[in-house]
Design a protein around this ligand. Structure first.
Ligand code: P6P
Length: 343
């Protein structure tokens, strides 16, 4: 502990995201600084997105844009703004060879006038966007890989990789405060934006998910379409059994970033199962499930598609969907047992 006491209002000793990234870089003597620059540029972009999200109700950038995205969702102006912000902030730096976004059908090349680098990044610029006008928490989700293709400009091959190959992943949650939670494979760190100084300050160091929770998070409106095993699992969670901490509490925001953030903090299970109409469910593997699975596993939890690790799925398409069951290890394992007919 330094001999100088922390003086309230003196942010000079707090761990900012810049200091954390620089500290992590020093742990890797072979590091070139490209990765650190990439994370810093992303942090800048999302501070701008955060500012616009908080002003959205004031400057009338809400409302329906003319387009729809790959998910068929009506794209609101804030989605388009966030997508553009992130692309603009990251395409010039020379760290990326290619990008992919939920808002773009095909991969996003790095323009010829900019240098290209050794990383590839996927992102959902504003996940949960159907909640924007209800002023409900929304977020940005990102996933970063090392490139695998040759040459300068990257290809779809660089962004369609299995989740175990991610070098970093995280989310920025625009809630009562703006929090950036990410992992580089060395635990999970959370930084809260202090808008008075424009810095992300370490607020959730080395996040660990409880081994066993008492909250389940799923859209029960889909109950009739679920497989019978998952229906029995949720019914079991709702039975009274004080010894095993049941009934669980039901919490569902309908914004994956908010539901996962709560699950990381309090434990339990978040699920978006497949059903008879959509066997692969709704959530996207590459820029929703994979980054969240990396975070949840780094925090000591489990992330499954119902029978195997999400991170081990060999993807075939940037926008493919996957059933999602993630959270406390005990809870995900129990859900899998019900779905396999073992309980
Ligand atoms: P439903 C938001 O549109 C999203 O992609 C995730 O953030 C969220 O978990 C899910 O869809 C909510 O879907 O069908 O429950 O509204």
């Amino acid at each position: 502990m330094s001999n100088r006491q922390y003086i309230p209002g003196d942010e000079t000793r707090l761990m900012t995201i810049q200091r954390y990234i620089a500290q992590e870089e020093r742990l890797h003597p072979e590091a070139t600084g490209e990765f650190s620059t990439l994370l810093r540029n992303l942090a800048l972009a999302v501070k701008i997105v955060s500012r616009e999200v908080r002003r959205a109700g004031l400057v009338d950038i809400l409302g329906r844009a003319a387009t729809t995205n790959t998910s068929g969702d009506e794209v609101k102006k804030l989605d388009v703004f966030a997508n553009r912000m992130i692309i603009n902030a990251l395409e010039t730096g020379g760290q990326l060879c290619v990008m992919a976004s939920e808002e773009n059908e095909s991969v996003i090349p790095i323009p010829e006038e900019f240098p290209c680098g050794k990383y590839a990044m996927l992102f959902d610029p504003l996940d949960g966007s159907s909640n924007i006008e209800a002023n409900v928490t929304i977020g940005t989700v990102f996933s970063i890989f090392r490139r695998v293709s040759d040459g300068c400009r990257g290809t779809e091959q660089d962004v369609v990789q299995s989740g175990v190959k991610q070098v970093a992943a995280g989310y920025i949650m625009y809630g009562s405060s703006t929090i950036m939670v990410f992992t580089t494979g060395n635990g999970v760190q959370g930084f809260t934006l202090d808008p008075t100084i424009g810095s992300f300050l370490l607020s959730h160091g080395n996040m660990k998910i409880p081994a066993h929770g008492n909250i389940y998070s799923v859209n029960e409106g889909n109950r009739e379409m679920w497989d019978e095993g998952f229906r029995r699992y949720i019914a079991w969670l709702q039975q009274e059994d004080t010894e095993s901490g049941r009934p669980y509490k039901a919490r569902y925001v309908g914004s994956m970033v908010a539901d996962i953030h709560r699950t990381l903090l309090y434990g339990g299970i978040f699920a978006y199962p497949g059903d008879r109409n959509n066997p692969q469910g709704k959530l996207r593997l590459m820029y929703e499930a994979n980054p969240m699975a990396f975070l949840v596993e780094q925090a000591g939890g489990r992330a499954s598609d119902g029978s195997k690790r999400i991170l081990e799925i060999e993807p075939t398409d940037v926008h493919q969907r996957v059933p999602v069951f993630m959270g406390s290890a005990h809870d995900v394992t129990t859900a899998e047992e019900f779905m396999a007919g073992k309980r």
